[in-house]
Design a protein around this ligand. Structure first.
Ligand code: HEM
Length: 432
């Protein structure tokens, strides 16, 4: 995936000054979501395609890196995402500069281009068809019920929402899909959370960010290797078995390819949904009228509302592409090799597309948000599964402890996930 990285060396030649509206400092990403949004609003108005200096304190700094173009308008994000020949993923999709080994072991086909991307994606897509997802529906509902059972009648009427609720459903579904046994679940879930926290001071502590990420990816590859070997001898009906048996152009996937896909999904499928649940609980506290609107006809309104959950949360903050040809965007000349980073939370607050973008408006329809990406070949493969989990969880919460109140969230300090690490959550206990 990093092969060909020198093919289009990015250069500072012909570039403007780095933008005075800087979004590369560590301080910027350590700030609050509102502070970041204020800067993005300024960029949308004054410099929608800005030339930014390289990320400060990158995990694996590159002295030759001239910087990147930052796209903050909805239309530009959609245009770049849908042009997968003009803007490729095979040279990396993260904004931060990370060690090559980390990228190889974690990104799977998200950081590949056609035709290899399409072949691998087709292969795993069979686990994500609407039919497959609806087969999982009862399992998802049951899991959501059990999770809410675990605290709804607690007389304290108080939990820490992220660890006691938000993270439980997506991690359980992920482990169920892959058939991860109970005894390996704790370490799998911890490693999956560590992988996206590479720049978060609270997670990395005294260790280096590269060390934390690499160690977590090795743990996940270890779990995958163990399960791949087990499924070869004893096939079951889980995703590992499908991947072990699958053939692409007459060839089997290598253990490493299967492991990298497992790592990709351990993050893509869990943290994203977890943070969306947390931001949604907070938004329902801040916009009580919206909660009442949804409760009045949950089943009839939830599918429209789910799009707003994702727009408002925008848990994935950015994805990168690399330009393969010269092109003009927002009046700027992008050259082959230039890095182009798309900022989804900003696109989702673009007033050219969304009326009152800062309002959590559950009846918003149409809602062409870019929370799952701007379309095209990399569009989120798990979007239906994520929506199924959110639908089931909020049904339980809104019917059983409908007066819940979320307190102030503590935030993950990275430039990739708009994440909540802890959030107080209170409610009137359900009568046991
Ligand atoms: C609310 C929850 C979620 C959000 C906001 C989200 C968001 C995203 C975004 C922004 C992308 C990149 C799109 C692009 O580059 O154009 C993506 C890709 C992906 N997502 Fe999700 N995601 C979520 C849940 C899930 C779940 C539950 C799974 C699987 C279990 C999943 C699997 C994937 C995969 C495999 C890709 C890579 C697709 C490709 O490159 O072809 N996601 N997601």
């Amino acid at each position: 995936m990093t092969a060909g990285i020198d093919f289009f060396p990015a250069t500072a030649e012909g570039k403007p000054e780095h933008s005075r509206l800087d979004i590369s400092s560590k301080a910027f990403w350590a700030g609050t979501a509102d502070e970041r949004e204020a800067r993005f609003a300024q960029l949308r108005a004054e410099d929608p395609v800005s030339w930014q200096r390289p990320v400060e304190d990158a995990v694996a700094p590159d002295p030759h890196d001239p910087g990147y173009w930052a796209l903050v308008k909805h239309a530009d994000i959609v245009r770049v995402t849908r042009d997968s020949k003009g803007f490729i993923s095979g040279q990396g999709v993260l904004m931060d500069l990370l060690p090559a080994r980390f990228l190889e072991t974690t990104q799977s086909f998200m950081a590949m281009d056609a035709p290899r991307h399409d072949v691998l994606r087709r292969l795993v897509s069979s686990a994500f068809t609407p039919k497959q997802i609806s087969r999982l529906d009862d399992q998802i509902k049951q899991a959501a019920k059990e999770i809410v059972d675990s605290f709804a009648s607690d007389p304290s009427g108080e939990i820490e929402f992220v660890s006691q609720c938000a993270e439980l459903l997506p991690t359980r579904l992920f482990c169920d899909m892959f058939g991860v046994p109970q005894e390996l679940r704790k370490q799998t879930i911890k490693a999956a959370a560590d992988i996206v926290a590479w720049a978060d001071p609270e997670t990395i502590g005294e260790r280096s960010a590269a060390e934390v990420g690499l160690q977590a990816s090795e743990i996940l590859h270890g779990v995958a290797a163990e399960l791949i070997a087990a499924r070869r001898t004893n096939p079951t009906d889980d995703l590992f078995t499908n991947l072990v048996q699958a053939e692409v152009d007459g060839q089997h996937l290598t253990d490493f390819e299967i492991g990298a896909f497992f790592v990709l999904l351990s993050v893509a499928g869990t943290d994203t949904t977890k943070h969306t649940s947390a931001w949604t609980a907070k938004a329902m506290t801040d916009f009580p009228g919206q909660r009442e609107w949804l409760k009045a006809d949950y089943d009839g309104r939830i599918n429209t509302a789910l799009e707003e959950f994702v727009r408002f949360a925008s848990p994935v903050m950015n994805m990168r592409r690399t330009a393969t040809q010269e092109v003009e965007l927002g009046g700027k000349r992008i050259l082959p090799g230039d890095k182009v980073v798309m900022f989804y939370p900003s696109g989702n607050r673009d007033a050219d597309v969304f009326t009152d973008p800062d309002k959590f408006e559950l009846s918003r329809d149409p809602n062409p948000h870019v929370g799952f990406g701007g379309g095209g070949i990399h569009y989120c493969l798990g979007n239906q599964l994520a929506k199924g989990a959110l639908r089931a969880l909020f049904k339980e919460l809104l019917t059983r402890i409908p007066d819940f109140q979320a307190g102030e969230p503590s935030l993950l300090g990275t430039n990739f996930m708009r994440g909540v690490t802890r959030m107080p959550f209170t409610f009137t206990p359900e009568k046991a």
